[in-house]
Design a protein around this ligand. Structure first.
Ligand code: GBH
Length: 443
């Protein structure tokens, strides 16, 4: 650890997302989301798990904020369930949905924790999906109206907003491969969902700013790309995963995908006049979600994509999810962003980082030494990036609690706090105590 390398005022946080923790999916007038629909389909989520109950955070948020206070956190990143607030996606507002987030924000502020809400973490109102979801421009407009409704209610106490979580992962898993909701397998025909999400970000940023709502960030999943046999394929992957979601916001253009035989979102009038101007410069902060690098090689015959994912070149340790553990990848990622975007790169927050482990539950507590090692090494990697001149302002662990891990259901656990789903009992793990001590040692 090199805590001295982290600037004064560096923020420590944790992240969660609405569908993954809240439960209460049919309470207080909440409308259905695409994840309610998707999890009702047989065979798409491990063990048939759903978010119906999840961590029951909707009813236990006070206890959960207490756990955050015990960590000594500066900030909490959570997401708002759009269909709790607008059950049909637009139009009629459900006041009980807004009331929940109002209470949560007040509880956080009472403990000195800065609320850092994300407006969209993948749980689109089903009513909007029925109209075509993010494949349609109208969804971006509905998103902006939703942002305005939320800012009108919370903007007096919330001063930073994250518009979208990982538009790349939502595009790829939800629309291109169909392993997440809404379960569409459109491959490259999914690309309009990239632009419409980003447009939603831009339109929402405008609504937020019109209400004097403080800072606007996005949380992009970023990965350093490693060439495992084809430099062109590696470049193509970097363009699709990273640059497609950072370039329009930071330099005002999409990467040239035609170089890789891909028709970009410019195609067929998806990107309209004025869109790129709206996106360019729309960020006050860049949220970076980092898990691991990606190894890429040339596509096989008829693959339909300009790359193929490859195995790592070395025997890296693996998480319980089998993801390679490569902390230096985070330093490489951050210095790479700085090198690519220079002065156009706003301050960066690591808005997610963490791992799933084979936690050992004992009478006296939960042993998750692998998570402690993972987090310590990644915090150190952030320190190294700061030492090399990258303006990183904070670090959020994914996640506070074990929770609904999308297609893996409850099988993968990412929490600093163990959740016994049968009783909803929360038990802080060794990593919780480690994080608390780290934060305290840097005060
Ligand atoms: C995030 O997505 C989400 O924002 C969050 O909701 C989720 O719970 C959390 O991370 C944990 O999954 O095939 O070995 O190269 C993360 C997106 C996409 C990151 C898959 C890691 C592949 C690892 N992830 N990726 S590997």
């Amino acid at each position: 650890m090199h805590p001295a390398r982290l600037p004064a005022g560096f923020e420590w946080g944790v992240s969660t997302a609405s569908y993954q923790i809240e439960g209460a999916v049919r309470e207080d007038g909440r409308g259905a989301s695409v994840w309610d629909t998707f999890t009702a389909r047989p065979g798409v989520v491990r063990n048939g798990d759903t978010g119906d109950m999840a961590c029951d955070h909707y009813h236990r948020y006070r206890e959960d904020v207490g756990l955050m206070a015990g960590l000594g956190l500066d900030a909490y990143r959570f997401s708002l369930s759009w269909p709790r607030i607008l059950p049909e996606g637009r139009g009629r507002v459900e006041p009980r949905g807004l009331d929940f987030y109002d209470r949560l924000v007040d509880e956080l502020l009472a403990h000195g924790i800065t609320p850092t809400p994300t407006l969209f973490h993948w749980d689109l109102p089903q009513a909007l999906e029925d109209e075509g979801g993010w494949l349609r421009r109208e969804t971006a407009e509905a998103f902006a109206a939703y942002a305005g409704v939320v800012a009108d209610r919370l903007g007096d106490r919330v001063q930073r907003w994250i518009t979208l979580n990982e538009p790349f992962v939502h595009l790829a898993f939800g629309y291109a491969f169909g392993v997440h909701a809404p379960g569409r397998a459109l491959m490259l025909d999914a690309l309009p969902a990239a632009h419409h999400q980003l447009l939603g970000h831009g339109l929402a940023a405008r609504e937020l700013r019109a209400r004097g709502a403080g800072e606007v960030w996005i949380a992009n999943n970023c990965t350093p790309v490693r060439d495992a046999g084809s430099p062109v394929a590696a470049e193509a992957y970097d363009a699709l995963h990273n640059r497609m979601f950072n370039d329009p916001l930071l330099v005002g253009s999409y990467p040239d995908l035609s170089a890789y035989g891909v028709t970009g979102p410019e195609w067929g009038g998806i990107v309209r006049e004025g869109d790129l101007e709206l996106l360019h410069g729309s960020l006050d902060g860049l949220g970076v979600n980092y898990y691991n690098p990606t190894w890429v090689t040339a596509p096989g015959e008829g693959a339909g994509l300009p790359f193929e994912l490859a195995e790592p070149d070395k025997d890296y340790p693996r998480t319980a999810f089998d993801w390679p553990v490569v902390p230096e990848g985070l330093t490489e990622l951050l210095t790479g962003l700085q090198a690519r975007y220079g002065d156009a790169l706003p301050p960066v927050w690591i808005t997610e980082n963490g791992c799933s482990c084979d936690d050992v539950v004992r009478a006296g507590g939960v042993d998750d030494q692998a998570r402690v090692d993972y987090l310590a090494a990644h915090v150190d990697a952030v320190g190294e990036a700061v030492a090399r001149g990258v303006d990183v302002r904070g670090y959020f662990v994914w996640s506070l609690l074990d929770n609904f891990e999308w297609a893996e259901g409850y099988a993968q656990r990412f929490g600093l706090v163990h959740v016994d789903y049968a009783t909803q009992r929360r038990t802080p793990k060794a990593s919780y105590h480690w994080y608390r001590d780290l934060i305290a040692s840097l005060r």
